[in-house]
Design a protein around this ligand. Sequence first.
Ligand SMILES: NC(=O)c1ccc[n+]([C@@H]2O[C@H](COP(=O)([O-])OP(=O)(O)OC[C@H]3O[C@@H](n4cnc5c(N)ncnc54)[C@H](O)[C@@H]3O)[C@@H](O)[C@H]2O)c1
Length: 316
Amino acid sequence: MKKILVTGALGQIGSELIVKLRNLYGENNVIATDIRKNDSVAALSGPFKLLDVADGEKMFQLAKQNQVDAIIHLAAMLSAVAEKKPLAAWHLNMGGLINALETAKELGIQLFAPSSIGSFGPTTPKDKAPQDTIQRPTSMYGVNKVAGELLCDYYFARFGVDTRGVRFPGLISYVTPPGGGTTDYAVEIYYDAVEKGRYQSFINKGTYMDMMFMPDALEAVVQLMEADPAKLQHRNAYNITAMSLEPEEIATEIRKHIPSFVLDYQVDPARQAIADSWPNSIDDSAAREEWGFRPQYNLEKMTADMLEKIREKAKV
Ligand SMILES: NC(=O)c1ccc[n+]([C@@H]2O[C@H](COP(=O)([O-])OP(=O)(O)OC[C@H]3O[C@@H](n4cnc5c(N)ncnc54)[C@H](O)[C@@H]3O)[C@@H](O)[C@H]2O)c1
């Protein structure tokens, strides 16, 4: 990658990815776009343009005028919100992706499009869900993600578009709050631990889902986009993960830093149903073998960092 356009750049992932990409590729070589603008570092530290991904013509023109060689397409509606507004989710998640694919096709450029552990469903093997397995998701978000994975494969096979992507697990971070996913509890728990000393989880104890600390997710995007294409047998929708966690395990780790921390539960049936339909863990050996993916953070290291950074933020 030399010059990159990022959609949905002010969300949980984009707000940190933009900073990393500008450090790696140069401030002016990373065009951040989103449907809204704010005063975040991502919006102010380099070129920023308003872009609704539903507007395919504007996406194409922005990519062309700026002579980008890659699009990182992050604009989407996440799992819990999508379940409340399924039709709007379909339009945003599928409409945005097809516009990004068409732009990449017309300009002959690379495209990163993320999928999710939400692309799996209740008939997927629960433990160490394989790279290639049954995908019959029961949420609108999951349906969008499976369709998106297939579209990315199709655009590569049919038109030679250099599409690449991963299935992100739940991402844990402290810069920008998550945008309405099922794993958001694993971010909220750290904020509430620091600010209130207790947390009420909307996901029940014993519910395992895969998670990853944001620095590993950002590294995965760059590594995959820069990987030798000859080695990419799967190319799209690589399973990646760093840890499989349930709420009590995070609480136990937090108590090593805040011994009085209290975790209780008020389970949200809608989000619990989504979580129950996803695997407990996924197998990321294809990503490890084909492009050398190796996460650096485990629960212990991530928890220490999350608590330290949230404490610093709380002081400001
Ligand atoms: N965060 C996670 O834990 C996670 C896990 C798995 C997959 N993913 C995937 O990664 C991608 C990015 O996720 P995120 O967590 O950064 O999402 P987010 O909800 O935090 O951010 C999405 C961004 O898209 C923008 N947006 C919304 N509608 C738009 C439109 N019509 N046009 C342009 N921008 C629009 C929003 O303003 C927001 O800044 C999504 O495809 C998501 O499904 C995320």
